[in-house]
Design a protein around this ligand. Structure first.
Ligand SMILES: [Ca+2]
Ligand SMILES: [Ca+2]
Ligand SMILES: [Ca+2]
Ligand SMILES: [Ca+2]
Length: 480
């Protein structure tokens, strides 16, 4: 034992001042059948981890998906120049993209895109995050009919739910054409962000590798938003400083109380979107817990380049007062056009004006289409998330949903010293902590937490020494 002790501290002394490897603030997991990427830290750190861990999938999307939307020539010579001139990505998110690009480079992945005869750039990743804004400007891309739909219910409308009676239920189909080899379905990833910046919420996005903006997401206060394309496009001849719409949605979920009214609720989604202009025609369904913070807790925002409108449950006398639905059709900003999916949602909800989670899922199954890529359900009051993803061309709702609890996305950080997670603290744990310090192993989030013996959010040689002392019975870690 004494030899081990001396040897260990010798190693600490020799290597204690060495340059430590870049830390990867993330981990990639399979939880149930879902791919989950957890990232934490500054935007640059979260982006770096994202790029480092998912470079191969990001490149698959760039190679297999991008050119289903646009030809290489149109991308390089029309859409990318438009992206450059019209759009601005808010600084924190640009830092995240730059970090992602560096992570991809450092991962050693092949970054070439044959169709463009060059490597991918950070700018390409930015443009990919503006896909909702740019897709309507593509002349060569997919012209399949619009889809996407969602239903929210709460209060008396969900009293039959056995798990969370009266709580908000939000269920949505994300309908989007995939590549012939189904790369969007295959790479669908839940990204769990734990930003270290003050004033920011942890939140999850149901999205794709490389896509850091938000199409579908919810934060740790249960406030979420899902975005559908709208049916009334108006484009400027030229414009500047437009924030891609999915970054606006992210900002509305990630910023803590952006409208500073003291409440974190769907009103924040409205406030953020209402504070910016935007390019595409979109229908954004905002939702939050039914805790009387906002009554009613759900709303729909309709917007395009010409304007924005707030639609409230009371605006549809058929669904009011405990439900609100969205498809791709403006109903307030413009006069509604006929939509069989919206009508069917009304019919299914109003047979008895009560839905539970199973029925919400069934409704979204009934209004799904052949391109329904993801069907998801959020319970803002409990943090439960259900997700089904299409596979091999079979639409998402044909699969039973995976049911995920919020704690799976953001496990508590326990500073135990038991880095090997085997229930006891030994010299081996101290050695593992030291290997983490040296960058010799890539720890999971849980292992990093265990190794941070003093709980100061970084793993240092001092933590390894403290764990060693704990193993000898000469001290304890903060959560032991
Ligand atoms: Ca607020
Ligand atoms: Ca019912
Ligand atoms: Ca151990
Ligand atoms: Ca520490």
């Amino acid at each position: 034992m004494l030899k081990t002790v001396i040897g260990f501290f010798l190693v600490v002394m020799i290597l204690g001042s060495a340059v430590f490897a870049d830390e990867v603030n993330g981990e990639l997991l399979q939880i149930e059948n879902c791919t989950v990427l957890r990232v934490w830290g500054t935007h640059g750190e979260m982006g770096y981890a994202h790029g480092y861990l998912m470079a191969t999938d990001i490149m698959s999307l760039a190679r297999k998906y991008m050119f289903t939307l646009v030809t290489p020539d149109e991308y390089e010579n029309t859409l990318l120049p438009i992206f450059r001139i019209w759009f601005t990505i808010p600084e924190p998110y640009q830092e995240e993209i730059d970090g992602m690009y560096q992570g991809m480079v450092d991962s050693g992945a092949d970054l070439t895109i044959d169709e463009l005869n060059r490597d991918i750039t950070a700018e390409d990743i930015g443009a990919f995050n503006a896909v909702v804004d740019l897709i309507g400007l593509s002349k060569s891309g997919d012209t399949s009919p619009l889809a996407c739909s969602s239903i929210s219910g709460w209060g008396d409308g969900t009293l039959s739910d056995p798990v969370n009676p009266g709580g908000t239920i939000h269920c949505r189909d994300m309908d989007w054409s995939d590549s012939d080899d189904h790369v969007l379905a295959q790479t669908t990833t839940i990204i769990a962000y734990a930003p270290s910046d003050p004033g920011k919420n942890s939140w999850i996005s149901v999205g794709f590798p490389g896509f850091i903006a938000c199409l579908s997401g919810m934060n740790d206060s249960g406030v979420g938003a899902t975005l559908n394309m709208g049916n009334y496009d108006v484009y400027p001849v030229i414009t500047f400083n437009q924030i891609p719409i999915c970054f606006q949605v992210r900002e509305s979920l990630e910023q803590t109380d952006p409208n500073s009214d003291g409440f974190i609720d769907a009103g924040d989604v409205w406030s953020v979107l209402n504070s910016h202009s935007r390019i595409p025609s979109v229908i954004v369904h905002g939702f939050g817990p039914n805790l009387a913070r906002l009554d009613p807790p759900c709303l729909v925002i309709e917007a395009n380049y010409d304007g924005i409108a707030l639609r409230l449950p009371g605006d549809d006398p058929i669904l009011s007062p405990n439900f609100i639905a969205a498809t791709n059709h403006h109903r307030t900003l413009y006069n509604p056009v006929s939509c069989w999916r919206y009508t069917l949602i009304q019919t299914l909800v109003t047979d008895d004006y009560v839905i539970d989670t199973g029925e919400a899922w069934e409704i979204e199954s009934r209004v799904s289409v052949s391109t329904t890529l993801q069907t998801m359900l959020f319970q803002p009051d409990t943090g439960d998330v259900w997700l089904a993803v299409a596979a091999s061309g079979t639409p998402a709702p044909e699969f039973a949903p995976e049911r995920l609890k919020w704690d799976l996305f953001f496990p508590a950080c326990i500073h135990s010293g038991d880095v090997s997670l085997d229930g006891s603290i030994t010299a081996g744990d101290a050695q593992m902590a030291f290997q983490i310090v040296m960058g010799a192993i890539s720890p999971t989030h849980t292992e990093t937490c265990a190794a941070d013996c003093d709980g100061n959010d970084e793993v240092t040689a001092g933590d390894a020494q403290m764990i060693f002392a704990a193993a000898l019975g000469m001290g304890v870690c903060v959560d032991e």
